[in-house]
Design a protein around this ligand. Sequence first.
Ligand SMILES: [Zn+2]
Length: 137
Amino acid sequence: MVSSADYDSYLARKVAALVRENFPEKAVTNLFVIRWGRKSKSVLGKIKPLKDKEYGSIIEINSRLKSVDVPEYVLDYVLMHELVHYFQGFGSNHAQKSKYPHKGKVVEKELERLGWGEVMGRAERWIKENWRDTAIE
Ligand SMILES: [Zn+2]
């Protein structure tokens, strides 16, 4: 049986590994918190300031992504999307890279640049086929 603490540990280790492997030239510059959020029908992940952006950032991941039916690459993709927001200065104290978080497909372009284009395509297809009307913020 997998406990809630196991899921928390899994998420923390996974996001730390993704930061190390994909953003080696960047630094986490405020209190960085990640946690499982509620099982929303419409939102898979979101990032927001924790108190304020100089103090911290919090990423919440939809708890539907704990299901064994969800491929690991879908969770990876959602985490990477939120990490790109973090390092592009949305919900964090990094320099803001654009006026709006999704304008001009800035997240998709950064994921492509980081070598995540193929995973992004597969994950988007899986999400569309299995969870219609669900989006990542
Ligand atoms: Zn987003």
